[in-house]
Design a protein around this ligand. Sequence first.
Ligand code: CAA
Length: 395
Amino acid sequence: MASPGKSAAADFGLYRPSEEHDMLRDSVRALSEAKIAPFAAEVDEEGRFPQEARDALEANDLHAVHVPEAYGGAGADALATVIVIEEVARVCASSSLIPAVNKLGSLPVVLSGSEELKKRYLTPLADGRAMFSYCLSEPDAGSDAGGMKTKAVRDGDHYVLNGVKRWITNAGVSDYYTVMAVTDPEKRTKGISAFVVEKDDEGVSFGAPEKKLGIKGSPTREVYLDNVRIPADRMLGEEGSGFATAMQTLDHTRITIAAQALGIAQGALDYAKGYVAERKQFGKPIGDFQGVQFMLADMAMKLEAARQLTYAAAARSERVTLGGDGEDLTFFGAAAKCYASDAAMEITTDAVQLLGGYGYTRDYPVERMMRDAKITQIYEGTNQVQRIVMARNLP
Ligand code: CAA
């Protein structure tokens, strides 16, 4: 297995993968096809967690490649992380949420956590002992994340957390949860703080798994915090900095949702290409008809445009991680997520169309891919929210 790539910052100006990134892609593709693809339909059908994928990713150090080497991680750059997620999503979107949400949940620790918290929480993540989730949304605070109600009240050298977090990816499976909670209700977004909550903390429990259209293998549940008393040193950064940490995190991780969208779309395009070469109507393969060729050309064009934008965004993410100028990351993260997810929805819908009646059945993977693509337009901020973010941060 090639190790996740780390290029010099200058390489990112090219917005293209290095030879090392290409090797990483080849090895993740081979692993995904051998160990993850065979279970993808079953995982979707049964709505069960893709344990085989977790095992394969952890055995090959691909479950949380973003964790810096100082904490036992692979120290992969943003583009390498995108490539891992893309290749896993190409065969199974649910499984791609393992590396994606491990990054989402733990990035607040990387960005704002003390050295002590980084050691305590990133090391078990890197070595596969733990998974991480991210708790921002609530039943009445979705797009308006700043309207959250979950409270954290200081009590001596502890905080006591009460509230409900909703739509939490991998809830129940993850061991650690980054939780955003209100510490000063007067200050709205400036009165929100971020904490690490552990699954085993007294007062933490989970709702029933949501019954979803897609990504059925990735559990989505509510997280209940009922008088959860945690040491004050589990706060990430200063009191009141939690909303900014949450938004900074999303600037980086919306790019991983773009990567997931790219992977799902690539999987659908690859399948459709193979199908039209085999399927005969009117005495010849349907791929010989220009109408079908034009559809495939459009699908490939949209996918490549989305990929270039996503890699350009990943370059900015990496530049910020290396301490460089991050002025345009917010725009690029939102643009990549929005554009790639819209492209994935169109491409997967066209793949179903190319397979005709067969595409509409569960005997073929493209209907799963179309259902899975839909969530990429919704989570980590709806594409309407991405447009708000872009409009506020025009380059
Ligand atoms: N970086 C750093 N700080 C930021 C920031 C950024 N990108 N964006 C905002 N902030 C900080 C700023 O300090 C800002 O204060 P200033 O005015 O002083 O600059 C403060 O936050 C408040 O920002 P806004 O006034 O822009 O806040 P708002 O209430 O208008 O909300 C929003 C903005 C973009 C709509 C935001 O609420 C948002 O992104 N909503 C969508 C939430 C979301 O993406 N949820 C997804 C949950 S995760 C998920 O889906 C998970 C999963 O499991 C896969």
